[in-house]
Write a protein of this length. Structure first.
Length: 345
């Protein structure tokens, strides 16, 4: 009899444990993430995976992020993929839809600074202060933003120091801001994804490419781009997003929303910016070790970039009403003040 009771008691414990485990498992919500860079790319390993782990930890396992084995659309489609709920979470480049996100162009202008973490945090704070209710951002919960860091003129054969050396040079670029910059410097802009740079250089289609210095290494361009002209405070920048489908977000409990926000927003911006800064610093050191050239631009080239920046800013400010911005200059000044408050270099 005692043996029978022990078996029954043990069975009850086992059932209770099993039911508890099923209950915990059933209560976990898994969101899919579409990611368009390889699983070995540092954006995947050092940013997206880290954020996903942080979400799971912050929610005590109630929320999990599952990276899909391949992207469910092209890179320019990733905002819409999140908005339509084709993937729950996506990330991408605002520049892929420049007219839709013209309100955020200020983050990609020349001379925005060389501290990637500071520019990423400044972008998040500016979005939160001025853009969060803009119609362009409806349909998603924006969980984070980040920047690339200072863009560089990378050339395959010429140490570019002057405007004369840029004249009629075919340079790969992305987006309207980079197009204007190149045209105003006398170069010929060639629109193409950064992933196509190697074959375009190798095939003689282009002479160089606009990239942040980390991309020369991460896109394996060290054999075809040997000369890197850096403009003080950056020739341009790039702005990126991390977004979740708004309907999925709204179904979460307030507890889980708060937990996810605790590892997103400014925290995510610091994570993103810190990783990209480290990658840029490593790439420059690595390329110098390889014997690559980092020529200094002459004053006329630097002055032209300053003029281009002022013209871009003036045009953007004047166009403010078209993207629901009453005082664009105030937004730009807020962004610059936030950057300066966080910049360490």
């Amino acid at each position: 009899m005692k043996h029978t009771n022990l078996v029954r008691t043990t069975a009850k414990w086992s059932v209770s444990i099993a039911v508890g485990a099923v209950s915990v498992y059933a209560s976990a919500t898994t969101f899919t993430m579409s990611n368009w860079v390889p699983p070995t790319h540092f954006v995947t390993t050092n940013i997206l995976n880290v954020w996903a782990d942080n979400v799971e930890l912050a929610t005590n396992g109630r929320i999990k992020i599952r990276m899909l084995p391949k992207p469910v659309g092209s890179p320019p489609q990733h905002w819409e993929l999140a908005r339509k709920g084709i993937a729950d979470v996506t990330w991408g480049n605002f520049t892929y839809e420049p007219e839709r996100f013209k309100s955020i162009w200020f983050a990609e202008f020349p001379l925005n600074g060389e501290d990637v973490q500071a520019s990423s945090v400044a972008l998040w704070q500016t979005y939160n202060e001025y853009l969060i209710h803009n119609d362009a951002y409806k349909g998603v919960k924006l969980l984070g933003v980040g920047t690339l860091g200072p863009g560089v003129i990378n050339h395959g054969s010429v140490s570019v120091t002057s405007l004369d050396q840029l004249k009629n040079q075919k340079i790969r670029m992305g987006g309207p801001i980079q197009k204007v910059i190149l045209e105003e410097m006398g170069a010929i802009p060639v629109a193409a994804p950064a992933t196509k740079t190697y074959e375009l250089i190798d095939g003689g289609v282009i002479d160089g490419s606009m990239n942040p210095i980390e991309s020369v290494v991460s896109f394996r361009l060290t054999d075809v781009l040997n000369h890197h002209t850096k403009i003080p405070q950056g020739l341009y920048d790039g702005a990126f997003f991390l977004a979740m489908n708004e309907k999925k977000w709204n179904k979460l409990s307030e507890q889980d929303k708060a937990a996810i926000e605790s590892v997103s927003g400014e925290t995510f911006a610091r994570l993103w910016g810190g990783v990209f800064q480290a990658q840029n610093d490593f790439a420059q050191s690595h390329l110098k070790d390889l014997g690559h050239d980092f020529p200094q631009p002459d004053q006329a080239l630097v002055d032209r970039v300053q003029t281009i920046q002022q013209n871009l800013l003036t045009s953007w400010v004047n166009d403010g009403p078209s993207f629901q911005m009453e005082d664009p200059m105030n937004v730009f000044n807020f962004y610059r003040a936030s950057y300066n408050a966080h910049a360490k270099r």
